[in-house]
Ligand binder design. Structure first.
Ligand SMILES: NC(=O)C1=CN([C@@H]2O[C@H](COP(=O)(O)OP(=O)(O)OC[C@H]3O[C@@H](n4cnc5c(N)ncnc54)[C@H](OP(=O)(O)O)[C@@H]3O)[C@@H](O)[C@H]2O)C=CC1
Ligand SMILES: O=C(O)C1=N[C@H](C(=O)O)C[C@H](O)C1
Length: 260
């Protein structure tokens, strides 16, 4: 049997991190090496099993940490927040660890740092680990080319705990339609990227809905993706980690995974 892939989960106490933790513990092809939280986390120093069950059964023997100093692994999987992102990328480069991240709300400096990192390690960042969102992005690029007079707009709906607005996915979909454009905020919940209008809605516990509309003089096309369970993002990232393990340095996206 092949050696398991050694994984660090960054953002292990979060909505997605906990789901990832369960998947990594349950799947023998992966081995959990460490779980990272923020320096002021209430989970710091506690066994990671407490993130899954409060009774302390089945301890992992691994405590939630806020620094990776000295920790070795094959892949870091990151669903955290932008403030610790640059340091994490630097650590992966220094320690030659592949980096898979779904953290959104990043600024351009962090994206530039990620591009630099990809010269030294394999990197995959995507705003959405559902393969179907990648397919939707690809289709939108074709639709844009064949419908130059189309008026495109995007509405995204997410749970009230989400910290960034608009969603990373909405930005990526808009960038597929209007590359090289900068985003501006036009109202508290409305944005413009090139000629694409984006509206953001925060509602209950919605895992994520993205709806793209293309209005044409004589017809309207609507693409809608709705995730019913946030576990899809955790499983998608784990599949990406398995894919990237052993790859050469470079900046990969989910099209790479789709192509096998
Ligand atoms: N690409 C995709 O497919 C998806 C992306 N996301 C994105 O992933 C990110 C996480 O989402 P979600 O799990 O809902 O968020 P949560 O707020 O639930 O979790 C955030 C996690 O990050 C940790 N964290 C916060 N700051 C730092 C830091 N400076 N260093 C290390 N860890 C830190 C938190 O730890 P603690 O609070 O214990 O300190 C917590 O474990 C968001 O950016 C979200 O938009 C979400 C779903 C899918
Ligand atoms: O925070 C979330 O929950 C999600 N974030 C990602 C985004 O910002 O696009 C992906 C997904 O929609 C869920």
């Amino acid at each position: 049997m092949p050696q398991p892939i050694n994984v660090i989960i960054s953002g292990v106490s979060g909505r997605i991190g906990r789901r990832l933790l369960k998947l990594v513990i349950d799947q023998p092809s992966f081995k959990l090496v460490a779980g990272l939280v923020s320096p002021n986390s209430k989970h710091l120093g506690k066994d990671l099993s407490l993130l899954l069950n409060q009774d302390g059964s089945n301890p992992t023997g691994l405590l939630a940490i806020d620094s990776l100093a000295g920790v070795k692994a094959d892949v870091v999987i990151d669903f955290s927040q932008p403030d610790g992102f640059d340091e994490l990328v630097d650590y992966c480069v220094l320690s030659q660890i592949a980096f898979v991240s779904g953290t959104t709300g990043l600024n351009q400096d962090s994206f530039d740092r990620l591009s630099q990192a990809a010269k030294y390690i394999p990197v995959m960042w995507t705003s959405n680990f559902s393969l179907n969102i990648q397919i939707m992005k690809n289709l939108l690029q074709i639709l844009r080319q064949t419908n130059e007079d189309g008026v495109f707009s995007i509405t995204e709906t997410h749970h009230i705990h989400k910290k960034d607005m608009p969603s990373g996915t909405a930005i990526s979909l808009a960038q597929a339609l209007s590359p090289e454009s900068n985003m501006t905020k036009v109202a508290a919940d409305a944005f413009q990227l090139g000629d694409v209008a984006i509206k953001a809605i925060r509602e209950g516990e919605v895992p994520g809905i993205h709806e793209v509309t293309c209005q044409l003089p004589a017809e309207t096309m609507t693409f809608k993706h709705e995730s019913h369970d946030p576990a899809i993002f955790a499983q998608g990232a784990l599949n990406a980690a398995a894919w990237i393990h052993g790859k050469t340095s470079g900046y990969y996206d989910l099209n790479s995974v789709l192509m096998g």
